[in-house]
Design a protein around this ligand. Sequence first.
Ligand code: ADP
Ligand code: MG
Length: 246
Amino acid sequence: EDVMVPAPPRHRVSTKGSNVPNHVDSFQELKDRYGLSSHLQTNLTKNGYTHPTGIQSYGIPILLESRDLAAISPTGTGKTLAYVLPILQSLGAPSSSSKSNAGSGVRALILAPTRELAHQIHNECLRMAEGRKWRIVLFSKATAATLADKNARDKVDIVISTPLRLVTSLQAGNLALNNVRHLVLDEADRMLDAEFLSQIQEVVAACSHPQLRKAVFSATLPAGAEKIAMEMLQDPIRVVVGLKDT
Ligand code: ADP
Ligand code: MG
């Protein structure tokens, strides 16, 4: 049974920010407006994703237009795909296919508070990336050791990690984030609380590319975390999805 339905019937969505891009009512509209690649359309269909959820309808156009985003939407509303799809659509050729290393290396970084969640996000990335040769790495002790080698590192496209693991590699000089264009904090309420904040700040500082685009996703964003998020983001758009009858 498919409980995912498009924005209008069940979700109330509010947006705040400058020049908010129009939402889409279908994945077809993403093709028409943004040239959504055929392999992503195929993988959406394969996964049974027929209609975008509320946060996807609003969030995907915002991210495809390279805007910073704070997205607040209840658990189970498809937040993962809302950031994975724009990342894959704008990633370009796999790093491993690049002859010079210019413009390659880790270009998207997704941080989550637990290993289990990072693992789930990795799976969603792999499902949606099927058929393409991007290297999508779930950061662990083993992969961290592999990526200490610069040649291996330069072939990676996307990294998914918990904060501490990543900071340890950064501090050891075993990871470069200067080419990251897409930084996502998932479960941002936890990522921006005292436990992780200084690690997150260290990661953000290492993501030095001028075209860095940042997004935070969460089911809830308490005032303290929201203030930190809004200071971290540039000219952000805030999208809040609420269930209509709650
Ligand atoms: P959240 O992060 O908001 O809690 P998830 O990204 O974990 O939600 O997604 C919850 C479930 O919904 C997953 O099983 C996912 O595959 C499914 N899902 C996501 N988007 C869609 C969609 N557009 N149509 C149908 N199912 C979807
Ligand atoms: Mg989630």
